[in-house]
Design a protein around this ligand. Structure first.
Ligand code: BGC
Length: 367
């Protein structure tokens, strides 16, 4: 293990260490970085897929628990099909019929989810080894990850230079800053795919977690989970999380959209004011531990996914198993299938422009 900080007198809070996380099947080494803040709360991240491997935060009595699903070693991430903790790109979520048109040219992607493309394709950013650099900041520890996605990779145009900076602050917040530039017009939609269980990973289902989502509308989907294009009012539907409601309170209702998703697996249209600053997207409370998660973002949407496809077969951390609905995701994003939906906010990136979004997961506890 290498202690990267405190490096001399400069570091004022916490520490970062690095250790080997093993090798990819083609022999590339990957590392695990453990970022600990001044309270002793910690996040560990691997540069394989940029995945958040563990996140230990206190309950109302100060007791730490690991609140994200994951694997003990790199092999789990190499074989993973659920995107545990990963950085997702070049296009997070689905693109209908695995194709899109940009400036009159049709781009064809791999169909890795029925007829559609999901989460960047067969070998998305979650299967790449990223270049890592650690930085010690005044109020936290940072890990900067970069990756060059080559022109034509997974069918997308343009050499895309991506940098994602994770900062673990002394206020128990995980700030994720995404930036990218391209040399050819392309589409970009980056997110993080952490699966949370605020009672602790491997501790059962998340149906009792209380959820609030700052959205008046959501994007209903077809049977392939591609948005129909409609922005539907949440009012009067099981998708109304404007007031804190248990995730499980309505999940089994006889509702067409819940049936199509096998539960919640939908993009919510965030009630955010225009501008580049982050606004609150969602707030989750786990009543037994008192742990609270707030998600803040500059993005217009969030995919609320209740782990409907988890089947308990993955070998989780420390022998944990992860059955259906044992975690939830809040993937901040532009809307699914935006490249084919002219009415949705644009995901196009031109040469000379800079893609830049910020999402922060803030942890606390209430009595
Ligand atoms: C999707 C789910 C999918 C999961 C894992 C989520 O973002 O909406 O349908 O099963 O990712 O791939």
């Amino acid at each position: 293990m290498t202690i990267l900080s405190p490096a001399g007198a400069k570091s004022q809070s916490g520490s970062t260490t690095k250790k080997s996380f093993g090798k990819t099947p083609d022999g590339q080494p990957a590392d695990l970085f453990v970022l600990t803040n001044k309270n002793g709360a910690e996040v560990s991240i691997t540069n394989y897929g940029g995945a958040v491997v563990s996140l230990k935060v206190p309950d109302r009595g100060g007791k730490l628990a690991d609140v994200v699903l994951g694997y003990d070693g790199i092999d789990g991430y190499v074989n993973d099909k659920s995107y545990f903790g990963a950085l997702v790109g070049r296009y997070g979520n689905r693109i209908g019929h695995a194709q899109f048109v940009l400036d009159g040219r049709t781009y064809t992607l791999a169909k890795n989810n029925g007829e559609n493309s999901l989460h960047g394709g067969v070998k998305g950013f979650n299967k790449a080894v990223w270049t890592a650099k650690t930085l010690s900041k005044k109020d936290g520890q940072s890990l900067e990850l970069s990756y060059l996605s080559k022109d034509g990779e997974e069918g997308f145009p343009g050499n895309l230079k991506v940098t994602v900076t994770y900062t673990w602050t002394d206020a128990n917040a995980l700030k994720i800053e995404y930036s990218a530039t391209t040399d050819k017009k392309t589409v970009v939609n980056l997110t993080n795919h952490s699966y949370f269980n605020l009672a602790g990973q491997g501790s059962g289902d998340i149906l009792g977690h209380l959820m609030t989502i700052e959205a008046d509308k959501f994007t209903p989907v077809d049977s392939g989970l591609i948005p129909t294009g409609e922005l539907r009012d949440v009012a009067g539907t099981p998708f109304d999380f404007r007031n804190s409601t248990a995730i499980g309170a309505r999940i089994s209702q006889d509702d067409e959209q819940l049936k199509l998703g096998g539960g919640y697996d939908h993009n919510f249209v965030l009630r955010r004011s225009a501008g580049s600053s982050e606004t609150l997207a969602a707030r989750v409370v786990e009543p037994t531990s008192g742990r609270v998660l707030e998600v803040w973002t500059t993005e217009p949407g969030v995919q609320f996914y209740t782990g409907n496809f988890l089947d308990g077969k993955a070998a989780g951390k420390g022998g944990a198993t992860y059955p259906k609905r044992s975690a939830f995701c809040l993937e901040t994003q532009h809307f699914p299938d935006s490249p084919n939906q002219p009415k949705f906010p644009s995901v196009a990136l031109n040469p000379g422009e800079r893609y830049h979004t910020i999402t922060t997961y803030k942890f606390s506890a209430e009595k």
